[in-house]
Design a protein around this ligand. Structure first.
Ligand SMILES: Cc1cc2nc3c(=O)[nH]c(=O)nc-3n(C[C@H](O)[C@H](O)[C@H](O)COP(=O)(O)OP(=O)(O)OC[C@H]3O[C@@H](n4cnc5c(N)ncnc54)[C@H](O)[C@@H]3O)c2cc1C
Length: 491
């Protein structure tokens, strides 16, 4: 329904739920809402992008899922791809699945898409949340909603090429220059990949497999390791006896992390479940890589430099890459410099609590993280909101942005401990169906008997272990002086 706000001359839309963000977190929130709202109720889905899919809409074209595709979905909506369950979906397949999820949900509830629409502000009073947005043609749109879910995620946006001084090299961003495209194919000059995370691995793998023999170099910063897909997601019949369900692995990791010992935990995790291209690995960002992908990249790389590139400069007929340490490296004229530096935590959004003081606005972003992944936050917090439990259960929130800037090495382990703690609280508050309908759960990779064993163990121990996880989070807060604890004053 739309009315007109006479004072401002602006169109005012009314709805029961407004979701800002049509990425994986938003589509999971939408899935959950379709479980509670009736077909007559109205949901408005707002996104500044022109379609559903979030960061997948405009990230680099050769990106692939790092997990088997069935576990990347909204709720329990199944893929229609018809591929082996181990298959890693491509960008276009992921985007098709997003559209499929939206179509399925729209058969259950009324969803109006406000794409190309920038959310600007919200104001909660007298049981209504007034949401102000601006459409792509510059017009103000006002939405009066009973509830609002801001599923911003990490604010991932395409990377620009690195701003470098040299005019003899080509500086590109993978988001605007396809490594498999005509320009790259027509050239045979060396490629320098700047970065060591998932984008760098995808880029190195694409280049090495597309152009065998071409010089591909990596500037890997302080190095990143990945969870080995072979160790945690073994394929075929090996699922019956190899690997470890993620819930058991999460328990193991949270048992070990005490809020101070991230170096020791990282060493153990890397040796037990990890894989990496470089020997030095200070970072772990929850990425997944197979041993085969790792070996292909290691075998195909020419030079690996453990440093941070700051510029490429021309002087006296030579071209040099300049590093943060002050070291330099001669670079052949015509080389490609590919910016694969990180996407997350680039810009700091102001803090806001995961649930507003009035209890009607949920916010899913890293300043008040409640779980390890935004997709899980979209799914579980929406259940908590629509079951009116969200202001009752004292979830911990963690300022992951601040944590990253103060002690990045602790980031992933703290998030996993946070997820263990909050999932433990939520599993006491939410009905079992919520968990059985969660298709994001990596444990689904394993045959049912193994999942049941993992679940039985979790059920037996999580209440007992909760105190330990809370202590680790409290220790982290005291040690690093970051926001990490239950919300004060909202309940
Ligand atoms: C290169 C890369 C590869 C990745 N690969 C994987 C993978 O293989 N598997 C995996 O599980 N995860 C992967 N991830 C993590 C990935 O970010 C998440 O899986 C997921 O897609 C994030 O979803 P999201 O909804 O939290 O955020 P996003 O996808 O960023 O969606 C948030 C949406 O909110 C919208 N929005 C934000 N602010 C506003 C505003 N003010 N007004 C209107 N709209 C707004 C944005 O336009 C965006 O569409 C990858 C991340 C990166 C960067």
């Amino acid at each position: 329904m739309a009315t007109s706000d006479a004072s401002a001359g602006t169109r005012v839309e009314q709805c029961d739920l407004c979701i800002v963000g049509a990425g994986l977190a938003g589509i999971n929130a939408l899935f959950v809402a379709s479980r509670y709202l009736s077909p007559e109720q109205r949901i408005i889905l707002v996104d500044r992008r022109q379609r559903v899919g979030g960061m997948w809409v405009d990230t680099y074209p050769y990106v692939r899922l790092h997990q088997p595709h069935p576990m990347f979905t909204a709720g329990n909506i199944e893929w229609t791809l018809g591929r082996d369950r181990a298959y890693l979906a491509t960008k276009s397949e992921v985007l098709d699945h997003f559209q499929h999820c939206l179509n399925v949900i729209k058969q259950r509830v009324r969803v109006d898409e406000f794409f190309g629409c920038e959310f600007e502000s919200d104001d909660e009073s007298d049981g209504t949340v007034r949401v102000t947005c601006r459409s792509s043609d510059g017009e103000h749109v006002v939405i009066d909603a009973t509830r609002l879910i801001k599923a911003y995620g990490f604010g991932v946006a395409p990377n620009d090429a690195l701003d470098i001084s040299s005019s003899r090299v080509v500086s590109v961003s993978p988001d605007f220059c396809d490594m498999r495209g005509d320009e790259m194919r027509a050239s045979d000059t060396p490629v320098w990949i700047i970065g060591g995370g998932k984008t760098a691995m995808d880029t190195a793998h694409a280049l090495i497999t597309e152009y065998p023999g071409r010089e591909v170099n990596l500037v890997a910063g302080s190095g990143t390791f990945f969870t080995s897909r072979d160790k945690v997601l073994p394929s075929g019949a090996r699922r019956w006896w190899r690997g470890k369900p993620f819930s058991s692995m999460g328990l193991e990791l949270a048992q070990m992390f005490d809020g101070t010992n991230e170096t020791e935990v990282a060493k153990w995790y890397r040796e037990t479940y990890g894989t990496s291209v470089t020997t030095q690995t200070a970072n772990f960002l929850l990425g997944v890589l197979s041993d085969a992908e790792n070996s292909t990249i290691v075998a195909g790389l020419n030079d690996v430099i453990m440093d941070y590139a700051v510029d490429v400069v021309d002087s006296n007929g030579a071209t040099d890459m300049v590093f943060r340490s002050g070291a330099t490296k001669a670079v052949q004229a015509g080389s490609w410099i590919v910016n694969c530096t990180g996407y997350v935590f680039r810009t700091g959004r102001p803090y806001e609590p995961y649930i507003s003081p009035g209890g009607a606005v949920v916010s899913i972003q890293p300043r008040s993280a409640t779980l390890h992944l935004t997709s899980y936050m979209g799914y579980f917090l929406t259940h908590m909101l629509l079951l009116d439990k969200i202001t009752e259960v004292p979830l911990y929130e963690l300022d992951a942005y601040e944590l990253w800037s103060r002690r990045r090495e602790a980031g992933s382990y703290a998030l996993i401990s946070l997820a263990q703690y909050n999932m433990s609280l939520m599993s006491d508050a939410l009905p079992t169906k919520v968990f059985t309908e969660c298709g994001l759960d990596f444990d689904r990779w394993y045959p049912l008997p193994r999942r049941m064993i993992a679940l039985a163990r979790y059920t037996r121990t999580h209440r007992r272990d909760r105190e330990r996880w809370r202590r680790a989070l409290d220790t982290l807060r005291e040690r690093l002086d970051i926001r990490c604890g239950p919300l004060v004053g909202t309940r």
